[in-house]
Design a protein around this ligand. Structure first.
Ligand SMILES: *Cc1c(COP(=O)(O)O)cnc(C)c1O
Length: 404
């Protein structure tokens, strides 16, 4: 397996980008880029130059010299490079959780007379909790799709859940546990056919899967930037609202920064035109800095090349697991079909939970999702095949010594 990994690295056109990331000398295999991406070397200098020259040098004048427009300028850049979104439809700010609340709440309000929100039991906790909250707040019913955890929501389950009572459908594009990927275009069209709005969580697909939000007629989406966009811990999230919908949506956290003229300090709230109305308070400028470096790197490498390598990495993990880990009692809990797979693979074994401290001690860092899932995240610009082979090699060694 190591030989094959060496050969794959040698042929990898993206291998040259790896040295651009900060090194962690004691880390043998970082398999958690889907949870917290690694920082880029240039980010060190960008952060320190920002403190010295921009914040320190320009002080409050910098609000007029770029900070006020940062949520939309960075949003446009993120939209163009990773979402297939034309300008004026993406903002950066808040957390994924808060943006989810804003969009789900706005979407529900835009469908008066409808009393159902649909999501699935395998969705990420924050997504489930947000719709529980909105449903309680607005007196709506939650309708749960209960998909097979290894695969994901099926077309039949979706068809069964959608009807004229549904206001909003909230789904993750790539499931956080299994890595199962849905067809955004057809699911959105199915929701639209019954008059419902579809909100997508793109946290596990942004920066690893080619997205075409405009082309696929996607309406609403949010996503995280500290995973495959390497924005750093707590980096602000993004929201996408298709142009056609912006002026008919009212978001619930009406703050001064989303008002039509923030510095008029007017007596009541008048929302800004366009995507700016989805902003609430002062934008997190410092938190936006690292992701700019990653976006520039992704643009240089190109999203198609990233997806190609991501698939090769997930293929490699599946192949490794089938050959070496399944015989030791592990199970592959992710889709085998390439078109239905994001950029992580979940392996299950009752011994995994107990193994995590030993893996970390040996410099192998995957993450663990209860009850027994080891999630192997593969960030195409920073992960090498050799790194994956070494990391899985340690998993194999520990499993062999510790049979179920
Ligand atoms: C990581 C992740 C989030 C993160 O939400 P925060 O508000 O940034 O903590 C939300 N949804 C999904 C599907 C995620 O994977």
């Amino acid at each position: 397996m190591l030989d094959r990994a060496v050969a794959l690295d040698r042929e990898d056109p993206l291998a040259a980008y790896r040295p651009e990331f900060v090194e962690a000398p004691e880390v043998v295999a970082y398999l958690d880029g889907n949870s917290l991406g690694r920082p880029l070397r240039v980010t060190t200098e960008r952060l320190s130059a920002f403190v010295r020259e921009v914040w320190g040098g320009r002080l409050i004048r910098a609000w007029e010299e770029g900070w006020m427009d940062a949520p939309t300028v960075l949003g446009d850049q993120l939209g163009r490079i990773t979402l297939g979104a034309g300008s004026g439809q993406t903002i950066v700010g808040d957390s994924t959780t808060v943006l989810l609340y804003k969009l789900v709440r706005a979407a529900v309000t835009a469908r008066p007379g409808r009393d159902v929100i649909v999501t699935d039991t395998q969705n990420f906790p924050t997504d489930r909790f947000i719709v529980e909250g909105v449903a309680a707040e607005r007196g709506l019913e939650l309708r749960w799709i209960d998909p097979d955890p290894d695969s994901g929501v099926s077309e039949e389950e979706l068809a069964e859940a959608l009807d004229e009572r549904v206001a909003v459908l909230l789904l993750s594009h790539v499931a956080f546990r299994s890595g199962h990927m849905l067809d955004m275009k057809s699911v959105t069209a199915a929701a639209r056919a019954v008059g419902a709005l579809c909100v997508w969580d793109l946290s596990h697909s942004t920066g690893v899967v080619e997205l075409h939000l405009d082309r696929d007629a996607i309406e609403l989406a949010v996503g995280c930037t500290y995973k495959y966009l390497n924005g750093g811990p707590g980096a602000p999230a993004f929201a996408y609202v298709a142009s056609s919908l912006q002026d008919c949506l009212a978001q619930p956290i009406q703050g001064w920064m989303g008002a039509s003229d923030p510095f008029a300090m007017g007596p009541s709230y008048v929302p800004a035109a366009g995507i700016r109305r989805f902003i609430s308070g002062t934008p997190p400028i410092v938190g936006m800095l690292p992701m700019r470096d990653m976006l520039e790197l992704i643009e240089r490498a190109g999203m198609p090349a990233l997806r190609t390598k991501s698939l090769a990495l997930t293929d490699f993990v599946i192949g490794y697991a089938q050959e070496r880990l399944v015989p030791l009692g592990a199970r592959i809990a992710s889709p085998r079909e390439r078109a239905r797979r994001g950029s992580h693979i979940t392996l299950e074994h009752p011994a995994f939970q107990g193994m995590v401290p030993e893996l970390w001690a040996r410099g192998v860092i995957p993450d663990f999702r209860p009850p027994e899932g080891l999630r192997v995240g593969l960030s195409p610009l920073s992960t090498s095949f050799v790194e994956v082979a070494r990391g899985l090699g340690v998993v194999e060694e520990l499993l062999a010594a510790n049979p179920a």
